[in-house]
Design a protein around this ligand. Structure first.
Ligand SMILES: [Zn+2]
Length: 313
């Protein structure tokens, strides 16, 4: 067996093509406590190599030769759960505080669009006529069938079903850069009708800002922060029932909130509907978060490299 020379150090300037450890078909075996540092540049040609390196770094061998698994994802997951809590608290404050509430106009409109389109789809599948439809957050989102008639099943339930399903899917994708890249196309496509449905040019421009931001985030720091945008959009829909009910009770919107609509349609109290939807939102959201943690197990750096494997920026 041919004697292989030891790998050169990463800081060695003479390290280059032709040297051991250079190229794609090389296996480097290290004896602890030897450490080798790889610097991987974000070009598609080197990405595969870096993935392999990262996947192999799943355990370490101590001085006595015992294997020990490295849970390098722990701090990443902790960071993401923290981010989630900050999102929820932040959204609740900004949604309600006088003055800065207008900052949320565009994303409220977007969240109302996701919800109301569920009601509209419900009308279409049950062949009830659509009379009026608004996603204006200042009036409160609403979908009406023929005046004097009430929404029937499934139209009255589908708004909330859409909010929970869309929110859960976005939060799931928000745990991974590559998944967030795919999800961002759905979000971009949804911004277009949201912008188109605005009453005046000013509101249209207001709603074009977050679409512009989404496109911008793709090109800032290799789309590393795209997942926080997607996570934010997801949280908004996941907790739609909370914002919508708060809007009606704190700010007395012209259009009644979803749980009050359900109360008048089903003779079950709004509080019961509120708790039932909230529990369902939480259960679905928890499932999506656990699923994301189980599936996306890369380190922060591995996730970055994987993200660069599709439409690198
Ligand atoms: Zn509704």
């Amino acid at each position: 067996m041919a004697q292989v020379p030891p790998p050169k150090r990463a800081y060695d300037d003479s390290f280059g093509p032709g040297d051991y450890g250079w190229g794609s078909e090389t296996t480097v075996t290290l004896n602890p406590p030897e450490v080798i540092t790889y610097t991987v540049y974000p070009t598609t040609t080197i990405l595969d190599t870096s993935t392999v390196v990262l996947e192999q770094t799943t355990h370490e061998v101590d001085r006595n030769g015992r294997r020990r698994n490295l849970d390098s994802n722990k701090h990443v997951r902790f960071g993401r759960s923290n981010g989630l809590a900050i999102h929820i608290i932040g959204i609740t404050l900004v949604w309600n505080l006088w003055g800065i509430r207008w900052l949320f106009y565009s994303v409220k409109s977007f969240t109302a669009f996701v919800h109301e389109s569920g009601h509209v789809v419900g009308l279409l599948v049950s062949s009830q006529p659509l009379h009026r439809f608004t996603i204006d957050p200042n009036l409160g989102g609403a979908t009406y069938t023929t005046p004097g008639r009430r929404l029937k099943a499934p139209a009255m339930y589908l708004g909330q079903v859409f909010s929970i399903a869309f929110g859960g899917a976005m939060v799931f994708a928000g745990f991974n850069t590559l998944a967030s890249k795919y999800a961002s196309f759905v979000v971009m496509a949804l911004w277009l009708p949201v912008i188109g449905l605005q009453r005046n040019l000013l509101s249209m421009l207001n709603c074009a800002v977050p679409l512009g931001l989404l496109i911008g985030v793709w090109f800032i720091d290799h789309a590393r922060d795209l997942r926080f945008y997607i996570l934010f959009i997801g949280i908004l829909s996941s907790f739609y029932i909370v914002w919508d009910t708060m809007d009606d009770f704190f700010h007395r919107k012209q259009n009644e909130c979803c749980v009050v609509m359900l109360e008048s349609n089903t003779a079950r109290p709004a509080a019961v509907w509120f708790i039932a939807w909230l529990v369902m939102s939480l259960v679905i959201l928890a499932g999506c978060i656990l699923g994301a943690i189980a599936l996306f197990r890369q380190t922060e750096y591995g996730m970055y490299c994987e993200g660069q494997s599709f439409a690198p920026t």
